[in-house]
Design a protein around this ligand. Structure first.
Ligand code: PLP
Length: 451
């Protein structure tokens, strides 16, 4: 008897599951149609209002049916994420800086001369002492696996360098991997808030980890400030992390202390972890306060790449006031790559003795030069508080930055279109990672076409 009942129930569960799948298919077909309409009307894929309304409906419905609301929201999150993916496919994707770089390289292989104002790495040499340290490390046979968190000397030196009171530090192969590890701490279907314009890797890492991204847009007309109310409204039960990146790539903005304090309060009230990407902090032209100096749960990401012009050494680090977070990230790193190359960790250790301000001074002079020329071209932009770029707006209706960037490549100039960083069709990111003579040559080409 009970066996018969078991079989009967199983049959019903199977049939209900297939009905759910059928409904999901019907939902996806409709979502695709909505995506096509949005594209025709020039609307964004993400419609926060529609998503919030649906969420409220689901909460109400699950409560009335006695269904676990958290579970219902997780299911909804998977559906919404899939819908965004389906709709994004029908919309022209933003080109990445790497795609522009690859296309530029192709043209160079055909013998064309390209000026690279799209690159995100300083052209200057790392300090000599750093280069020598690699050879010294090899001579001393320091070319073995290390602890997954990195060699103790380097972690201690970073602790001192950052003035940290705790030991929760790990060495990562560049800041990028630290960001990937941090975002991977989140569970599938949870949400991370990204402030646009943003370095594309945040959204890419979230996608890889099946974590949803909720975007807060900032604008030049508001000096790239964060609207605190908008941030507050973007948070829901699924939101677990907020990413900050100041000095910002691409805008060069540093948020003021009051704004950061308001953000910190919101994060604390909502149990959000702040992931603060501070790789450009060494290129700050006004006061910059690290997230470690605020009273909030954080993961701080930094790197030797920009600070000491050591991009190819692939050494960065992550620190958190929560030891469990670093433990989990180290565990993941150990599985993925054992440890960062030992000679490079010793090189990074030497770098910490060097003065990084010389790099910042050069970059600042170049940015001033860029700013002057871009002003003469009637482009609008925020004068960078830090970083290595200017994010300039071309004040022409219907301007298509992506098309323009490809056209510029044909003219011998590589620049990154604003669409790489979010919905910024009128913007171009111009990098100061070249000698002033090269910058001038590139800007001469740009000027002929934006005027
Ligand atoms: N964060 C930002 C904002 C960046 O622009 C970059 C590199 O361009 C990185 C992190 C990562 O740099 P790396 O992995 O070389 O440390």
């Amino acid at each position: 008897m009970s066996r018969d009942k078991l079989e009967e129930n199983r049959k019903m569960v199977r049939s209900i599951t297939l009905s759910i799948m059928d409904l999901v298919k019907q939902r996806m077909d409709l979502v695709k149609q909505i995506g096509e309409i949005k594209q025709r009307l020039g609307l964004d894929v993400i419609d926060k209002h529609a998503e919030d309304e649906l969420r409220e409906n689901v909460i109400e419905f699950s409560k009335s049916k006695g269904l676990d609301t958290n579970f219902a929201l997780r299911l909804l999150s998977i559906l919404v994420d899939e819908s965004r993916k389906i709709q994004s496919k029908s919309i022209k994707n933003g080109v990445t800086p790497t795609q522009i770089f690859t296309k530029a390289k192709e043209l160079e292989e055909q013998g064309r001369k390209i000026i690279h104002l799209e690159v995100g790495e300083p052209d200057l040499d790392p300090p000599n002492i750093v280069k020598e340290a690699v050879i010294e490390a090899i001579d001393k046979k320091r070319y073995r696996y290390t602890e997954p968190a990195g060699i103790r000397e380097l972690r201690d030196a970073i602790k001192k360098h950052l003035n940290l009171e705790h030991n929760n530090i790990m060495i990562t192969p560049g800041g990028r991997f630290g960001i990937y590890l941090a975002i991977s701490l989140l569970n599938e279907g949870e949400e991370v808030i990204v402030i646009d314009p943003s370095w594309p890797a945040y959204k890419d890492c979230a996608k890889l980890a099946n974590v949803n991204t909720r975007v807060i847009r900032t604008d030049l007309d508001n000096n790239w400030n964060v609207d605190i109310e908008e941030l507050h409204n973007a948070i829901n039960d699924n939101t677990k992390m907020l990413i900050l990146n100041y000095p910002n790539n691409p805008t060069g903005k540093i948020l003021d202390d009051n704004t950061i304090r308001s953000i910190v309060e919101i994060a604390k009230d909502n149990n959000l972890l702040i992931l603060s990407d501070e790789v450009y902090s060494y290129y700050s032209f006004k006061e910059f306060t690290s997230i470690k100096d605020y009273d909030v749960d954080y993961i701080l990401i930094s790197s030797f790449s920009k600070a000491y012009s050591m991009t190819g050494f692939r050494v960065g680090f992550a620190a958190s006031n929560n030891p469990n977070i670093i433990k989990r990230m180290v565990k993941h790193q150990a599985v993925a790559l054992t440890s960062v190359a030992e000679p490079m960790q010793y090189a990074a250790l030497k770098a910490l003795n060097e003065d990084h301000h010389i790099y910042a001074k050069i970059m600042r002079e170049r940015l001033a030069f860029l700013a002057k020329r871009l002003e003469d071209m009637n482009l609008s932009f925020y004068k960078p508080d830090g970083g290595m770029y200017i994010f300039a707006r071309v004040n022409k209706d219907g301007f298509d930055a992506q098309e323009f960037a490809y056209k510029m490549l044909e003219e011998g100039l590589a620049i990154t279109p604003g669409t790489a960083f979010g919905d910024y069709k009128n913007y171009l990111r111009i990098s100061a990672c070249n000698d002033i003579n090269v910058l001038e040559e590139g800007l001469n080409i740009l000027e002929r076409f934006v005027r």
